[in-house]
Design a protein around this ligand. Structure first.
Ligand SMILES: Cc1cc2nc3c(=O)[nH]c(=O)nc-3n(C[C@H](O)[C@H](O)[C@H](O)COP(=O)(O)OP(=O)(O)OC[C@H]3O[C@@H](n4cnc5c(N)ncnc54)[C@H](O)[C@@H]3O)c2cc1C
Length: 454
């Protein structure tokens, strides 16, 4: 039996490992020359930059990445940041607020900054995050096919959480404009929307406490570890999914590099798509109205910078998120901002470049407030939503903004073809992409009548 996985993002790699572990022959097709997609690292002029993700969380025992690694028998030997480590610094109108690693430590900092009235919010957050985490790895949402029975079995544990599916996180928060801004900033980076529903928000706010590691050499080290032992064909771009009577038969691939100009149909029994299925099926890609794009500025600073390595400017919109990575005596940085997609579309080349320069200037001004000297970068370049679109092969980045819990496309695309990745799992970022890989593989194996990874 052969499985073909399209895309070596985190979801694709996890699914591929799970299928390999189940005894299938697995081929991964990846358009680029390295794994990881938006969680990959690339070289540019001798420096290593992050394509997207910079903060790797979920490695604590029981958290999503650790669970996935255990289920797959893959080693992720990245040392965790200790409790109390100054993880993130937020620049708010009233001053600087730290998000340390550790729930107890964070609660103390929050009490000192916002006052004791925020404590009930954090108690609620911790309770919901813990309960949801216990459920998340096996919770198929919305359940499909054979998942319905498992979902019903978990209903008793879910019932107390139900009201928080229909409330906004802001309804749980104290009425304090400064705290609202804090919440808005955090939810924007972890849920793609400040209007996230409460249950999702509780988990999103827990990211600093789920086991964060500074992966040696950059985020891409995680994908490299997940790609170990897999047959990944790089510079292999999937063009079309061939199918008949509701069953996928093969993927038409165009190769680059040494095989440039070559095309081939890679046949298989199962297909896991870590990409939007629509273009492969010749259909227009559906982009939600509230989908965001990212604008990023990358650079190398000629000086070392101490922690916190993650900093967010919440004083002015759009909020800017700065990530720093020590590289000897230098520091590699990426600065990212959310932008609506519409202003970037349909522009002439000149208008596009003007908008790009404008955003880069604005981003650097916001970044300077987080780290004076940012403009002294030795090397500076920017990525617009169109750059990310080209890079990742889909119209927008980020999962579906978590405004309500019913915003997910079906995982099963054809009888034997399944989607994996951030856009299809109730959660976002690397941990969610990993869980989605496990889920996609489970559904795929069930189709073959084989047991899946736990
Ligand atoms: C700017 C930015 C910052 C972020 N920061 C964080 C963060 O700090 N922490 C965090 O956890 N998450 C972060 N995220 C989100 C995180 O990067 C993603 O959620 C996650 O990496 C998505 O994984 P995925 O499995 O959906 O695959 P993707 O990353 O979408 O990968 C898909 C893969 O498929 C390949 N591909 C596409 N089309 C084809 C084709 N036709 N043929 C073959 N291959 C193809 C692509 O090259 C890519 O490798 C960030 C995202 C962005 C954009």
């Amino acid at each position: 039996m052969r499985a073909v996985v399209v895309g070596a993002g985190i979801g694709g790699l996890v699914a591929a490992q799970a299928l390999r572990r189940a005894g299938l022959e697995v081929v991964v097709l990846e358009a680029h020359t390295y794994p990881g997609g938006l969680a990959g690292s690339f070289f540019h002029r001798g420096h290593r930059f992050e394509a997207g993700a910079t903060l790797v969380s979920g490695l604590a025992p029981g958290a999503p990445l650790a669970r996935a690694a255990e289920a797959l028998g893959v080693a992720l030997p990245f040392p965790l940041l200790p409790e109390g480590f100054p993880l993130m610094e937020l620049l708010l109108p009233r001053g600087r607020l730290l998000r340390p690693v550790g729930r107890v430590q964070e609660r103390e900092v929050q009490r000192d900054f916002f006052g004791p009235r925020v404590l009930p919010f954090w108690r609620w957050q911790e309770d919901r995050a813990r309960r949801l985490l216990a459920l998340a790895p096996a919770l198929a949402w919305p359940p499909e096919g054979e998942e319905v029975l498992g979902f019903l079995a978990r209903l008793p544990a879910l019932l107390p959480l139900l009201p928080d599916l229909f409330l906004r996180a802001s309804a749980k928060a104290p009425k304090d404009p400064e705290f609202s801004r804090f919440l808005e900033g955090q939810l924007l980076i972890s849920a793609q929307t400040p209007k996230a529903y409460a249950l999702y928000a509780a988990l999103a706010l827990d990211l600093p406490h789920l086991g964060v590691a500074l992966v040696p050499g950059g985020t891409g080290g995680l994908a490299q570890a997940l790609a170990q032992g897999l047959e990944v064909r790089y510079k292999a771009r999937a063009l079309r999914l061939l199918h008949r009577e509701g069953r996928a038969l093969g993927v038409e691939v165009a190769y680059g590099g040494r095989r440039r100009g070559e095309k081939e149909v890679v046949r298989g029994d199962l297909f896991l798509l870590n990409v939007s299925p629509e273009p492969l099926l010749g259909l227009p890609e559906r982009v939600p109205k509230d989908a965001w794009g990212a604008f990023g500025v990358y650079g190398v600073l000629p000086f070392p910078v101490p922690p916190p390595y993650y900093r967010q400017n919440l004083r002015k919109r759009p909020f800017a998120f700065l990530s720093l990575r020590p590289e000897g005596e230098k520091t590699v940085f990426s600065l990212s901002l959310h932008t609506p997609l519409a202003p970037w579309l349909g522009l002439s080349r000149e208008a596009y470049l003007r908008l790009k320069t404008l955003w880069q200037e604005e981003a650097l001004a916001l970044g300077e407030a987080l780290l004076p000297g940012l403009r002294e970068a030795e090397l500076l370049f920017a990525a617009t939503p169109l750059t990310y679109r080209r890079f990742v092969g889909r119209a927008w980045v980020g999962g579906l903004p978590q405004t309500h819990p019913f915003r997910f496309p079906r995982v099963r695309v054809l009888a034997n073809a399944f989607r994996v990745g951030e856009g299809v799992f109730p959660g976002q970022g690397i941990p969610a992409a990993a869980l989605s890989g496990l889920r996609g593989a489970r559904l795929a194996l069930a189709y073959l009548g084989l047991p899946g990874t736990p």
